[in-house]
Structures are given as structure tokens and as C-alpha cells.
Ligand binder design. Structure first.
Ligand SMILES: Cc1cc2nc3c(=O)[nH]c(=O)nc-3n(C[C@H](O)[C@H](O)[C@H](O)COP(=O)(O)O)c2cc1C
Ligand code: SF4
Ligand code: SF4
Length: 285
């Protein structure tokens, strides 16, 4: 087995993607690879160059936010040069769908001169559980983590081959139309339920919320997130040591409405499975 040096680059606002990154790293290390985890969640972390030359191959792991990888991640990937190196992607999601993420981020990586070998999707608690949802709160389970282990096995196998696998996903139905809509988002004029605010309580001005915000949107002096910049990732709510950043109570109802609108039950949600994607048609939403 060749001695591979891998960079596992991930974004994780509420710890789900980080948990899968940890499981994949452990398995790859057991397989004698050297793995560096590169956490690009904070705005500052994405200001440093990615040392592409130092690694044999890359794994990119991101959550899905409304069918795509977070916009700040895709913007950052657009600036990279992968120098023809191989990579694999994985996306974590809260039980709705990974939507267009595999294809869209795959296209960005190919354009940035990476060779995408395969992808995967892993289930985890929905980020909005932090605001009162209960979506997949028991995941990842043993089966999910076993699939993460299989992902690591396949990465070592594919990264050890001299030639790229030629993996290419089909363009998902409705992709061009959704991209067009995303390019002209309506201007936000009022604070939505995903824009956190600091509530009265014990803020000790540690400024972590401001420093760690992925889009430089949280202002510790006002206690507000900028509605134009905030991507609703829940990271500030998750990391505030004093638990004084909250989201709107309307957040709770949105989950029940989601289940009702799609005729879903908790049993249907928990029956969903994590999976590895090696065939073009597997990532269609
Ligand atoms: C703004 C936002 C939008 C989301 N959209 C989706 C979605 O479209 N489909 C889905 O299944 N999960 C969605 N989620 C849930 C996350 O994809 C999921 O919880 C993910 O594993 C969180 O990873 P992290 O903790 O590493 O950030 C969304 C979460 C946020 C914050
Ligand atoms: S992370 Fe919490 S305690 Fe620290 S400055 Fe922000 S609101 Fe205050
Ligand atoms: S202010 Fe918005 S973008 Fe920043 S950490 Fe909080 S939820 Fe995420």
C-alpha cells in the first residue's frame, strides 16, 4: 500500500461534518495514511492558502445548506488550484436531501483542476435541532459510521491507483433553473428565524461568536447577525460557551410543517441511509 498523505478539508458549523471527518481520519490512519484535518469553518481559516503541493490527495467534507454546500465554501473552492490531484467529496445532511451538492461542488472542484473520484452522503442531526427540531437526533449510528469507514477504504484504494477513475455525475434535473434562481436571490429586508441574536444573559465578551462566524456576520457589540451576510449555519449558537445566542421561536414550527408538507413521519426519516456514490445516476435528487 503506498504511503499517502491526505488533507481532509471540512466545514462544520454544528459538529456533524466534524464527527464524520473524525471517523474517516481514524480509519485512514489505521490504513497507514497520514491525514491532516483542515477545518475551514471560520472566515479567517479561509484566508490562508491551501498547501495543495504538500498532499497526494484531498477529501472535502461539507454540510448541505438548502441543497448546496454552504455558499462561503463554494466561493472559496472557486479560488483553488488542485494541480490535477485526486479528491473525494462527502456531504452531511439532516434527512431532507443533499440536493444538487454533489454535482455542483463536483463541477467547481473539476474546474479548479481536482479529479473527483467519488462522493458520499452521510446523515446527521439537522443543524436546526439547536432551535428545537428533532430531526435525526440519534445519528450518526453504527451503520452510518461503518459507511464512513467504507468511504475511507475506497479513498485509499482509488487514491493509490495511478490513473483517475473517470467518475462523472449526471446533471440533476432542474439544475440550470435552480442556479438561475440562486444568482438573483431576493434582497432580505427583515430578520428571519435563522438569523441568531444574543439574548439577555451572561455574555462575557469572549468574542468567539464574532471570530468563528463563517461569514463574518455576527457583531458582538450589537448582539446581532447581519441579515445580508448570515448564512443561518447555527455555528454561533453552537459555540457560545454561555449559551446566550438564540434563534427565533418560529424555528420549532418549521420542522412540523416540513414533515406535514412532505407527508413524512419520524419513522420514515430514521429509515434513511448514508451512502457512497460511485455511479453517475446515484446523486440525482
Ligand atoms: C441553513 C441550513 C440549511 C440546511 N438545508 C438542508 C437541506 O437542504 N437538506 C438537509 O437534509 N439538511 C439541511 N440542513 C441540515 C444540515 O445539512 C445538517 O444538519 C448537517 O449535517 C450539519 O453539518 P455541520 O454540523 O457539520 O454544520 C441545513 C442546515 C442549515 C443550517
Ligand atoms: S460567544 Fe457568547 S459569551 Fe462569547 S462574546 Fe459571543 S455571545 Fe458573548
Ligand atoms: S451569525 Fe449567521 S453565519 Fe455567523 S455563525 Fe451565526 S448563524 Fe452562522
Amino acid at each position: 500500500m503506498p504511503d499517502l498523505k491526505i488533507a481532509l478539508v471540512y466545514f462544520s458549523a454544528t459538529g456533524v461534518t466534524a464527527a464524520y471527518a473524525g471517523a474517516i481520519t481514524k480509519k485512514m490512519t489505521d490504513l497507514d495514511c497520514r491525514v491532516d484535518q483542515i477545518n475551514i469553518t471560520s472566515f479567517d481559516a479561509r484566508q490562508k492558502p491551501l498547501p495543495v503541493c504538500e498532499y497526494d490527495a484531498f477529501i472535502f467534507g461539507f454540510p448541505v445548506f438548502s441543497d448546496f454546500a454552504p455558499i462561503v465554501v463554494n466561493d472559496w473552492l472557486n479560488l483553488l488550484n488542485g494541480c490535477g490531484k485526486k479528491c473525494a467529496t462527502f456531504f452531511t445532511y439532516g434527512g431532507r436531501t443533499t440536493g444538487y451538492a454533489h454535482f455542483h461542488t463536483g463541477q467547481i472542484l473539476e474546474k479548479a483542476n481536482f479529479k473527483v473520484e467519488f462522493s458520499a452522503e452521510f446523515l446527521g442531526p439537522h443543524s436546526f435541532n439547536i432551535g428545537g427540531w428533532t430531526a435525526l437526533s440519534e445519528r450518526p449510528n453504527e451503520e452510518d459510521l461503518n459507511i464512513a469507514g467504507e468511504f475511507a477504504d475506497l479513498a485509499v484504494e482509488r487514491f493509490s491507483q495511478p490513473e483517475p477513475s473517470g467518475f462523472k455525475l449526471q446533471k440533476p434535473f432542474g439544475y440550470n433553473q435552480i442556479l438561475e434562481i440562486r444568482q438573483k436571490p431576493p434582497k432580505k429586508t427583515e430578520r428571519g428565524w435563522t438569523n441568531p441574536v444574543r439574548v439577555d444573559g451572561e455574555c462575557d465578551l469572549c468574542r468567539i461568536c464574532e471570530e468563528e462566524c463563517p461569514s463574518a456576520a455576527f457583531n458582538v457589540d450589537t448582539g446581532l447577525s447581519d441579515i445580508e451576510k448570515c448564512i443561518g449555519c447555527m455555528h454561533c449558537v453552537y459555540i457560545c460557551p454561555n449559551h446566550v445566542i438564540h434563534i427565533d421561536a418560529r424555528m420549532k414550527d418549521a420542522y412540523q410543517n416540513f414533515l406535514a408538507d412532505w407527508n413524512l413521519t419520524e419513522a420514515i426519516m430514521s429509515a434513511k441511509k448514508s451512502k457512497i456514490i460511485t455511479q453517475p445516476w446515484q446523486a440525482n435528487c
